[in-house]
Ligand binder design. Structure first.
Ligand SMILES: Nc1ncnc2c1ncn2[C@@H]1O[C@H](COP(=O)(O)OP(=O)(O)O)[C@@H](O)[C@H]1O
Ligand SMILES: O=P(O)(O)OC[C@H]1O[C@](O)(COP(=O)(O)O)[C@@H](O)[C@@H]1O
Length: 324
């Protein structure tokens, strides 16, 4: 193998740049030519592909976002789009691919590999942590810490004004951010997509808590089955029927996706990036390089996207016990 390509795709996540740096530098160290594909699968289809050098990734290890940019590509979901992508890669003589992204990116990579056979290894780049085959995904730790910093600030107002705050964190289909923010932020309740939210029982517990507490923080993952934080707040307010209480909603949104990656995310990103290139050289394909129990492991894309990664049940119990 002499030439490989790398791209970032799906939602950006803090640490993608550190991962990209590791891919480029490892490839050059191993005497490969490395090409960057801009805007994920969109750039692959448009032929937006440029050679990368050591200096191309200078001074990015600490930066959020992705210098290669990212996109969600509808065209890549069509056979015609993927054919164009293949032709552009073939033009550059690309023999291996590193795909940095989430489960959607790996779904696309798996289909592309099955159609065109270019060996591909993924790196788990998403704040949601919803990928089987790695304990954590690149960006998760930063997102949680960013959300926690915001929750800490909101707590000041919640406590000073005796308010009940509903704080919405990211996680379209996954509650990992919600759960870790709930534990770290001392939330009274956490609502996540993985578990059925029973608002009657929340209201009952909230009434009991009112005997000992004057304010509350409730963390809602955006994909919760009971609705958005706004919707849940209105329902709880009506059910609780306590005019002495003020209810507020804060949606943290994209601040969770930006910013300088934490040390944990930089190290994870660097390890996965190097492992992806070394994996390609060792003949790995159609799989992701992740870190489980401190070790680099390669997991077939099929399992990364197909197998469930459950939230740790102890964590939910922890929130319940510590909220009294
Ligand atoms: N079933 C699919 N077939 C082909 N490409 C796909 C498929 N699912 C996702 N992709 C590609 O992967 C991109 C990134 O996926 P997305 O779900 O948006 O983000 P993430 O990788 O962060 O989960 C999509 O925009 C699309 O181009
Ligand atoms: O920025 P967008 O495109 O609105 O996407 C928002 C989604 O992206 C995420 O931040 C990350 O999801 P992906 O990694 O699957 O892209 C979700 O938590 C959130 O729902």
């Amino acid at each position: 193998m002499k030439k490989i390509a790398v791209f970032t795709s799906g939602g950006d996540s803090p640490g993608m740049n550190a991962c990209l740096r590791a891919v480029v530098r490892t490839a050059i160290f191993r005497e490969l030519e490395v090409y960057g594909v801009y805007r994920g699968y969109e750039g692959m289809i448009d032929g937006d592909i440029k050679r990368m050098y050591t200096h191309s990734v200078s001074n990015i290890v600490q930066r959020g976002g992705t210098i290669l940019k990212s996109a969600r590509s509808k065209e890549f979901m069509t056979p015609a789009g993927r054919k164009k992508a293949y032709e552009n890669l073939a033009k550059h003589g690309i023999e291996g691919i590193v795909a940095i992204g989430g489960d959607g990116t790996f779904t696309g990579a798996k289909i592309f590999f099955e159609e065109y056979g270019i060996p591909t290894v993924g790196c788990p780049g998403t704040i949601d942590n919803d990928i089987y085959g790695t304990d954590y995904t690149i960006g998760f730790d930063t997102a949680v810490n960013t959300a926690l910093a915001a929750i800490d600030k909101i707590r000041d107002t919640a406590a000073s004004h005796d308010r009940i705050f509903f704080i919405e964190v990211m996680g379209r289909d996954a509650g990992f951010i919600g759960v870790e923010c709930g534990i770290g932020g001392g939330a009274e309740f956490v609502m996540v997509p993985e578990t059925k939210t029973d608002l009657d029982s929340v209201v009952k517990d909230l009434k009991n808590l009112r005997k000992t507490k004057t304010s509350s923080v409730i963390v809602v993952a955006e994909g919760d089955d009971a609705g958005s934080a706004d919707v849940i707040m209105e329902k709880v307010k009506t059910k609780l029927n306590d005019n002495t209480k003020e209810f507020k909603v804060t949606t943290l949104g994209h601040i969770q996706r930006g910013g300088n990656p934490t040390a944990r995310d930089r190290v994870l990103a660097s390890r996965c990036g190097m492992a992806a290139v070394d994996g390609l050289l060792a003949g790995k394909q159609n799989c992701m390089a992740g870190v489980t129990n401190q070790e680099v492991v390669y997991t077939p894309f099929q399992d990364c996207i197909g197998k469930e990664k459950p939230i740790i049940p102890d964590h939910l119990e922890l929130i319940k016990v510590l909220s009294i």
